[in-house]
Design a protein around this ligand. Structure first.
Ligand code: ADE
Length: 230
């Protein structure tokens, strides 16, 4: 998979790709991530990429021309499955969206800043808009890093143990059950007996029961999703 990220702050977004699982997936050649500094496509030699909004109002708006030039340059080189715009006024990212996007070959992620981008960009270039939650960040860079991480870890071969992504929270509309590791007793705090029993069908049932309990108490809306789908 190839991800092209268009941003006004390349330095802000690079770090999450330089560590741990995401870095290893890039080193292994499972994913390529390229950063494009929007200022390179500025409309003048002073690096202008934004302007005041028509009709008045606070905040600067990213102009269409630099974005058009940057996206057109990428489209000349390859086709893209999706051109995504990160913005709080969009559908919220969930595991199902991440699953779908993880099978794409090439995607572009455009990050907004200030008051956002000229609406004509959204109307004519963007194929999908994604929010990472009902709160406003100072830019879309961190949101693009979150989206990229959620997608990349699902690409086959990225996680050592293939089953570990399948048992994540949300994969089946349930939060993940509790997990424990050694020691079995610490300062009189005990691991549930069942997990030490070696009875794997019973352990699976316990995990499912715990996942349902946790979901019912913290995110009952997920259980309603499940009911609505079946
Ligand atoms: N840009 C600013 N806030 C955002 C959010 N919540 N999700 C995606 N992009 C954003």
């Amino acid at each position: 998979m190839r991800i092209d990220i268009i941003t006004v702050s390349p330095e802000l977004i690079k770090s999450p790709f330089e560590h741990s699982i995401i870095k290893r997936s890039i080193d292994k050649g499972l994913v390529e991530v390229h950063f494009h500094d929007l200022r390179k496509y500025a409309i003048n030699k002073y690096g202008k990429i934004d302007d005041a909004q028509f009709g008045g109002g606070a905040g600067m708006v990213l102009m269409i021309e630099p974005i058009d030039k940057c996206i057109s340059n990428l489209l000349e080189q390859r086709t893209y499955d999706e051109i995504i715009y990160m913005t709080p006024d969009a559908k919220t990212l969930d595991q199902q969206m991440a699953n779908k996007l993880s099978s794409a070959k090439n995607i572009i992620i455009l990050t907004g800043h200030y008051k956002g981008v000229d609406q004509r960009v959204r109307d004519n270039y963007i194929t999908k808009e994604i929010s990472i939650g009902d709160y406003v960040l100072s830019g879309g860079e961190l949101a693009a890093a979150v989206l990229s991480d959620a997608i990349i870890r699902l690409i086959p071969g990225v996680l050592g143990d293939e089953t570990s992504a399948l048992t994540d929270s949300f994969q089946d509309d349930l939060l993940a059950p509790p997990v424990y590791t050694r020691p079995a007793v610490y300062k009189n705090m005990k691991v549930p007996e069942i997990l030490l029993s070696g009875n794997f069908p019973k352990i699976e049932q316990w995990r499912l029961d715990e996942a349902i309990k946790r979901t019912t108490s913290i995110r009952p809306d997920l259980l309603r999703n499940e009911e609505n789908q079946s």
